[in-house]
Design a protein around this ligand. Sequence first.
Ligand code: GLU
Length: 490
Amino acid sequence: MSVRVRYAPSPTGYLHVGGLRTALYNCLFARQKGGRLILRIEDTDQTRRVEGAVENLLSVFDWIGLAFDEGPHAGGAFGPYVQSERLDLYRRHVSQLAEAGHAYACFCSPQTLEAMRAEQAAQNRIPMYDRRCRRLSRNEAEKRIGAGEPHVWRMAVPERRDVLVRDLIRGEVRFESATLDDQVLLKSDGFPTYHLANVVDDHLMQISHVIRGEEWLPSTPKHVLLYEFFGWEAPQFAHLPLLLNPDRSKMSKRSGDVAVEDYRKKGILPEVLINFVALLGWHPSDDREIFSLSELVREFSLERVGKAGAVFDQTKLLWMNAEYIKAQSDEALFENVRRALADLIALNGEPRVKYALVVLRGGVTSYDDAVKRVREVFAPLPPADPEMAALLDDETARAVVQELETRLAKLPAPLWLRFDELETAFKQCAQEAGQTRGLKGKNLWRAVRAAMTGQPHGPELARLVGIWGRERVLAELKRSLATVIGHAPC
Ligand code: GLU
C-alpha cells in the first residue's frame, strides 16, 4: 500500500506551532516511506473563515521549507483540495448513508436543542441529542423535507456496542457507543460538518495514515463508524500528544506565543523551529538534540512518539537557535544579516561592519540579536558615566589621552583596515603614551576607555578602534579632551 498522508488545517488565520508539528510529522513520515504529502483545506465552518488565511499558511510553510506534493496550489489527481469546493460530494454521500439507514433527517430547531441541553445539564447528564427525530418514520421525514422544513442530517450511532480505535501511538482505545452523540453530518445550509467531510475526503484521497493531534481522538470512533457505514477500510490512525506549557497547562494563545509567525518575528531560524518542533513528542534513539531535516527524515518513527504531553520550552528554543547560529561561519552569519545592516554598510563600509559582527557575535541568540549588537556599537554614545568622566579630570590622564590621539593620528591609513595589526598597533600606542607619564595597567586602560566611550563597560578597546575606524576614534578622543578642558577649573 502506498503511503499518502495529509495535513488538513481549518484556515482560521495563522499556523499554530501544534499545526506545524502535525504537518512536519506527516511530512517526515511521507518522505521516509516514499509517500505523498497532501494539503487539504477544511473550510466547511464558514463562520470561522478568515480571508487570506490559506495564502498566509502557504507563505509560512514556504518560509519553513515544507512543501506539499498535492494541494490547492500544488494541484494533484484528487482535487479539489478545498472542502468548500466539494459540497456536492458530501451531499451525495449523506444520501447514501440515509438510504442505508445510517443517517436520518433531524428537524429540531436551535431552540429545541438548547432546551434539551439545559435540561440535561440540570440533571447533570452529558449533553447529547436525545434522538427524537430518529424515531420519525421515513415517510414522515420525507414529507417534512418535501414541505421545505429546515433540517440537518445526523448519523445514527448504533446502540450498545463498542467502537474500537486502533492507534499506532496509543494502541487500542475502546469507546462505548452510548457515549457517542448522533453527530450532525450535514448542516441545514448544506455544508458538511468536519466529521463527514474529513472521512469522505480521507477515503476519496486514498489517505493511508491519519496523523493528527490528540484533541481529535474523541472524534475518531465516530469516524470509525462512518467508515464502517460506507463499507470502506479506515486509514491507520496516530494521535500526537498535546503540547503543554512548562507548567503543564495546555498551550494556548492566551498563555503565550503559539503562532509560527511569532517565532519568525523573534528571529528563530526555520531550520531551528523544525528541529525543535520535531522533538515535541518524538524521542530519538539517543540523546542527540540537533537534527537537520534530512536526518529527521531518516530517523523519525511513529513508534518513538510518546503518549505524554510534550512541553514547549521557549528557553530551550532560544538555546537551540543560539547553537545553530554559533555553528555558522563568520561569512555565513554576515550574509544572513547583511540586508538588515545595509544602511550601516553603506555608511561605514563592509569591512568594518563585518568586523563588528565577528567581534560581537559571541553568545547571540538570533539574527536580530546580532543586528542589534552591531547597531549599538555604531550608534552615538550615551552621556558619559560621571565616575568615568571624573577620571579625565586628572591632568596625567588627559596628557596620556592627548599623546594617544597624536600617535593614533600618525598610523598609516591602510593599517586601520588590517584589524589584527591595528589591534597590536593600538595597544602599543596606548602603552607608549602611558609610559610618557608613568600610567600603566588597569589605570591606563580605564583612562583610555573613559576617553573613548565614557562607559565603564563595552567591547575590547583594541577592537573597538577597528570597528569605529580612524575618523570616529580620533573624534571621540578629541571630544572628551575638549569636554575635560571645559570642566577644568579656570
Ligand atoms: N481540520 C482539522 C484541524 O483543523 C483536521 C483534523 C484532522 O486532521 O482530522 O486540525
